[in-house]
Structures are given as structure tokens and as C-alpha cells.
Design a protein around this ligand. Sequence first.
Ligand SMILES: *Cc1c(COP(=O)(O)O)cnc(C)c1O
Length: 372
Amino acid sequence: MDPLSFNQPFLSGNELKYVAEAIANRDLSGNGRFTKASQVHLQNLTACLNVLLTPSCTAALEMTALLLELEHGDEVIMSSFNFVSAANAFALRGAKVVFVDVRPDTMNLDEELVEAAISNKTKAILATHYAGVACNLGKLKKLAEQYGLVLIEDAAHCIDAYYSGQHLGTIGDLGAISFHSTKNIHCGEGGALLINNDEFVERAALIQEKGTDRKQFIDGKVSKYSWQGLGSSFLLGELNAAFLLAQLECVQFVTEKKRQIFRRYQARLGEVKPIEVAKIPTACKSNGHIFYLKCKDRKERAELITFLKSNAISALFHYIPLHSSTGGKMFSRFAGRDRFTTSESERLLRLPSFVGLKSVDEVCAVIERFYS
Ligand SMILES: *Cc1c(COP(=O)(O)O)cnc(C)c1O
């Protein structure tokens, strides 16, 4: 049997055509025609008017950290069951990362624990929406308003995913999306920054253009451009933007396929004891980005991974909690108790999910056999 891979990056079929057009245009640096076209597509999909394409979601998160003008010792609250870039972006600015525990049902930060973690140094809350399922943004937005904090959404997983009908990444002040090849749609490496608070629009353009007012120069608003403040090289190249446009044109198709796979796994594996499958809160409309199950414990998970592997199926666990890592020890603290972050992450196992995956039922059958 051919081994079943965990992920196969989606291809729409138009990527090469658009990349060839970009080359023929001889317009290959950032903010060219394909960037504009992809931006319009994202604006229409998300209803966010200010979308910047970035080289990665990591870069978009670093832009949010620059926008916050953090000072040494300022604090940002997030969950520890998280991708390293969420913490790194702020640690790079000298900030302290403050972790709160996750909710076991979604693996997102527990909104009920955030208030106790707020100090007079807190500047922002970072809400990572794991697997395309939103954090409790209603509650987080209220807290951010009450304490004068910036709410940032790490919506890396969240293209075409929603909370109360609004696209994820558009509800906080700032949102970051990933187009890495492991995500639902992609351009190899790429990302987007969604700016929902007008206060940040102008400075985001400076930060993206190496700290210069080059955008204003291109728009004919100033006669020359020069260094205005901190920034870096945060533009996505046109070749990637061309590839991305071909993907964006198929985003609803991809979402539907991923949701179908999710529902099929959920229906079959939800019946298998002692497995737990995710329950999606009613306000959330997920994009099926990740299907995971939870085994009894770490040991059982290791055995299941081995069993799946011996049946030519690859399944992966996910983040090692950041607070327990070497970098985490340097740049973070954990506020309150780690009741679920470590123990739940040790049970979590992701199953193959990609457009074109035919063998969901076979994967389920192998898992059922493991537990029978
Ligand atoms: C993938 C991912 C990122 C980083 O995305 P890149 O585009 O690879 O930089 C950030 N946060 C989360 C939650 C992710 O899963």
C-alpha cells in the first residue's frame, strides 16, 4: 500500500498560468498587479478593507508587534498551546509573553482566565484560533475594550472561517492569516495582515515598506520617500501573489472539501470509545482546517501513531506547549495553573486531511481496529 501522507498542498491548476503572466509583466517585486488582485479577493471574502499581503503569517505577526510600539517588559497574553511565531513576534520587541491555560474543548485560550492575567504592563491579547475554530471573541473584545488593550487574532488557520458570521481576523484590531503550504490554501510561503482599526492603517504601510513612506510616494502624495521609523521588508513578491490568486479563486471549493472530511471523521470516530473529537461552539463556523482526535493519554497516542504508521498512515501531534520550551523559559511566564495545556496537548493527534483525500473511511477503520 502507498503510504498516505498527512497533507498534500492544494493546486487549483491555474498557478502556472498566473505565474507566467507575472513573469511576462516583468513586474515581480511587491504590490504589483497580482498583489492587488489577491487583495481585492481577500477584501471581498473577509469584508476587511485593509489587507496587506506579507511574506508569511509570521511576518504579519511581527508587523502587529511593531504597530504596538512595545517597550521592554510590556506584556502580551496568549495561550501556550500555540505556534512559536505567536510568541516570538513579541519577544523580538522585548515584550514578555504571558500564557494562560486553554479550554479543553477547542484548545483555544480560555477567555475566563484572561482577566486575572492582565497587569499594568499588558498591552495586547493574542487570540490564536486553533484549527479554524474561533476563540470566544465576544468576551475577549469586551475585555480588550475595558482594559484598553489591543486584540490581535492569529488567524493563521482561518481562511474562510467565521465567528458570528464575521470572517476570522476581522474582529480584533489586527488579524494575521497564513498561506504556508500546510494551510488550506497557500502560495508556498505567504501571509496577510488584516487591519480593522483605522488607527493602524498608515503606520502599517510604513512598516511594510522598510520604515519608509514609499507607499505615499507611489500614490503621488509625497515627492520623495525617506526613512520615517521602524520597519522591515514585509511585502509578498508578485510570483507568490500570482500563485495565491489561483488558490483564492478556489477557496470555497477547498473549504467545502475540508469540511466534508472533517464531518466524516467526526461522525465515525465520535462513536469510538475512548476517543474524544472536537465539539465546535455554535458561534463558530470552521473551515475544517485540522481534524484531531484525543486519545486517553500520551502513551496511548504513541501506540496509535505506531499502529497507523504500520498501516501506512501518517498522523501527527501538534505544538509542544511554548512555556515548556527553551525559548519559552527565556521570554514567558505562565499565569495561573496549567490544568489543560500540557495534558490535553499530549493526547491530541491530527489525522490526514487534504483536498483529494479518498481514504477517510480506511483511516477510520484502522483506528476502530486499534480500539477494538
Ligand atoms: C502556520 C502558523 C503560523 C505561521 O505561519 P507562517 O505563514 O508559516 O509564518 C502562525 N500561527 C499559527 C497558529 C500557525 O499555525
